[in-house]
Design a protein around this ligand. Structure first.
Ligand code: AMP
Ligand code: GLY
Length: 421
């Protein structure tokens, strides 16, 4: 099977590595890829936002399966274009991808499907902002109603900060979504679905804030671990039954079935799991942890999803133990990152590349904010943390920063789901 992966982050590096372990894969390509992916796949150039260009590349390269990593190409219709060219594609249609691309659409689907989620209001007129803010708080959740790579959300106890973020969005012409605050540990559950059958992967937790102790602004994700030693045995089944299967069924009933990976981001509240967001693709950096533990050959699994045969696929198999991922970010991230610096120590096992490129002289240099994802595994979370941080210590990038507390509280037994009301 010839598999083409679209995207250029550490998530795509993790996808490429897992695909390369599948004996059914005879050729692997990644577009546009990065310096790390280049060691395991052919690299092709493509504008991922150009659906026709993605489909043309898939045809030209004679792909048997296209796996789309990021949300931008999916929201732009890349999966539709690839399927229209007669090639199986892992990823939802443009319409189904609106579950991530439009928070208002996601809320509408969840409300129709009876899925527990935060109460919300859309504000598109500054004159109505103050009255709307008064109906929320004292912790305010202010979101951009569109794709914002995890950075369009402000969660704050300060009303002036909430108002200022909402005004910035409105001034930029973006409708604002206000939400009630969901309190409780967060869980990311990735579910494979062919539009009918739902198969969950191991649950994970990611760390969105830039600084230790969950301080500082939201980012695309600074680290993750999987699975969750503190979760109840029935947590995954409960989330699938209450939150994921109803959304899959609702989208199918609307004539826009979702195929690919449906990512449920949830808070475990005292009323049970409630959805914070759905994403239309593998999460980054959770994927780097989750796929490290997957023993089932990935290409066959993703092809079963893409061709509507997920129900026939054997149950998934996983390695024992845990995986911890630590993101190394460039100076300045999540603001404007410093780029163009030489990175050393990137050849080690478990070092996945995101924003990297190989210079003509052979050096690996940084090209963006989240530069590397470093993955460690172990029999328990403490051992996996140790392995990951040991590898982090061997990487050098001037000015870079990373969190030192990824999975720390979970390893110490300090994370717990609240008991039911
Ligand atoms: P989103 O872009 O919707 O994924 O939000 C980014 C992050 O903001 C989430 O991972 C949460 O940590 C936080 N967040 C978003 N919405 C809520 C909410 N309603 N209640 C609590 N935290 C939230
Ligand atoms: N880990 C957050 C995301 O992928 O959106």
């Amino acid at each position: 099977m010839r598999v083409l992966v679209i995207g250029s982050g550490a998530r795509e590096h993790a996808l490429v590595l897992a695909l390369s372990r599948d004996p059914a894969v005879t050729a692997l390509a990644c577009a546009p890829g990065n310096a790390g992916v280049a060691g395991h796949a052919e690299i092709a150039g493509v504008d991922v936002a150009d659906a026709a260009a993605v489909a043309a590349l898939a045809q030209e390269w004679k792909a048997d399966l296209v796996v789309v990593g990021p949300e931008q190409p999916l929201v732009a219709g890349a999966a539709d274009a690839v399927r229209a060219a007669g090639i199986p594609c892992f990823g939802p249609s443009k319409q189904a991808a609106c579950i991530e691309g439009s928070k208002a659409f996601a809320k509408d689907v969840m409300n129709s499907a009876g899925v527990p989620t935060a109460h919300s209001e859309i504000v598109d007129n500054p004159a109505r902002l103050d009255a709307a803010l008064a109906r929320f708080g004292p912790t305010w959740v202010v979101k951009d109603d569109g794709l914002a790579a995890g950075k369009g959300v402000v969660v704050t106890r300060d009303s002036a900060t909430a108002r200022a973020h909402a005004m910035t969005l409105l001034d930029g012409g973006h409708p604002v979504l206000l939400e009630s605050f969901l309190d409780g540990p967060e869980v990311s559950l990735f579910c494979l679905t062919d539009g009918t059958t739902v198969v969950p992967l191991l649950p994970a937790q990611d760390f969105k804030r830039v600084g230790d102790g969950d301080n500082g602004p939201n980012t695309g994700g600074m680290g993750a671990y999987s699975p969750l030693p503190w979760a109840a045995d029935d947590l995954v089944d409960d989330i699938v039954t209450r939150c994921v299967q109803p959304v899959v069924d609702e989208l199918a009933a609307r004539g826009t079935p979702f195929t690919g990976l449906l990512y449920a981001g949830l808070a475990l509240t005292s009323d049970g799991p409630e959805v914070i967001e759905f994403n239309c693709r593998f999460g980054d950096p959770e994927t780097q942890s989750v796929l490290t533990l997957l023993r089932t050959p990935l290409a066959g699994l993703l092809l079963a999803v893409a061709t509507g045969r997920l129900a026939e696929h054997p149950p998934l198999e996983w390695e024992d133990g845990y995986a911890v991922t630590v993101v190394i970010a460039a100076e300045g991230y999540p603001g404007r990152p410093r780029t163009g610096d030489v990175i050393t120590g990137t050849e080690a096992e478990g070092v996945l590349h995101a924003a990297t490129r190989r210079r003509e002289d052979g050096a690996v240099v940084s090209t963006g904010g989240r530069v590397l994802s470093v993955v460690g595994t172990g029999a328990d979370l403490a051992a996996a943390r140790e392995a990951a941080y040991e590898r982090v210590s061997t990487v050098h990038l001037t000015g870079s920063h990373h969190r030192t507390d990824i999975a720390l509280r979970a390893a110490a037994g300090e994370v717990a789901a609240p008991s039911a009301n």
